[in-house]
Design a protein around this ligand. Sequence first.
Ligand SMILES: [Zn+2]
Ligand SMILES: [Zn+2]
Length: 361
Amino acid sequence: MPKPPEPTGERINWISSAPFLAFHLIPLAMLWTGVPARALAMCAALYFGRMFFITAGYHRYFSHRSYRLGRSAQFVMALGGTTALQQGPLWWAAHHRHHHRWSDTERDVHSPIRGFWWSHLGWILCERSGATDESRVKDLAKYPELRWLNRHDWVGPLALAVGTFALGGWAGLVIGFGLSTVLLWHGTFLVNSLAHVVGRRRYVTSDTSRNSLVIALLTNGEGWHNNHHHYQASARQSFHWYQWDPSYYVLWLLSKIGIVRDLKTPTATIRATGLVRAGHFDVGMFRTRWHVATVRLAIVGVEVADALAARRQLLEDGIEAARHDLDAYVRAQRLAFEELAAIRRAVRSLRLVPVGGLSLR
Ligand SMILES: [Zn+2]
Ligand SMILES: [Zn+2]
């Protein structure tokens, strides 16, 4: 069966993806630099520090506006986000808003129904993901300094790379900057890939988002992804004290000193509404399983059609062979009768009397 054509812009662009893929080789230089404790400490600090700017900044602030910031704090948050090498704040927010608009459908930019690798990495490598759709982030695009950072998203990472080199030498650059950036990428990508696959569904949502402690530990609290899809406006993704959410703890502290304002948190009613265990119909899982079943049925349908076609061919070949044998048999019989008729004619013409009681009549 011919392969269906790839949707426009979804072919992996190996040329534009080359720097991103090559960056993954940087940590190998540890073999030459060694692994000093200072570089490891920088790696951990820059992993969790930059994860804060991604989760609390790019995600909860720029994508969802779940609290308010003054203009200079907003700039610092955006600049901090760019140091994670995940493109600019407008690009990130535009793509994330698209994810929430079309969660788990074919139009979802990193739809989990298209498999782990696509939602984790594949969508980033393709051409379509490169542009920023400003129509989705008009509220952010009105700030020229954010547009500038979006265009010059290399400034923050470059400054950070120079800083790690100045503080920790080659090991600082390779481990503090390089290794922590690679880990930070894949830690963040887990929210797009596994947070819709691994964990528990507490709330009924129209997608397959889940709550996972492991992902929450790796991402400063973004693992409570089902909570987040249930109530996206919240700056707090943990809905209970026992759910680990350090990005929220820092935001809460910043709100106490007046940097962060109007932190939105879920009310008791929101937390108690739409619980799966209360027996609500889980439309997200139903829709996804229905989709998977439809796709599988289509595949089975093709297999059955192929098997039927092969069986039919076999039958036709058999019939053809039997017809051929029958033709040969009829031809042989006709020849035998013709031979007998010729013998009878010869006997009659010679007026011979049949011997041994043989009768040709
Ligand atoms: Zn979100
Ligand atoms: Zn999601």
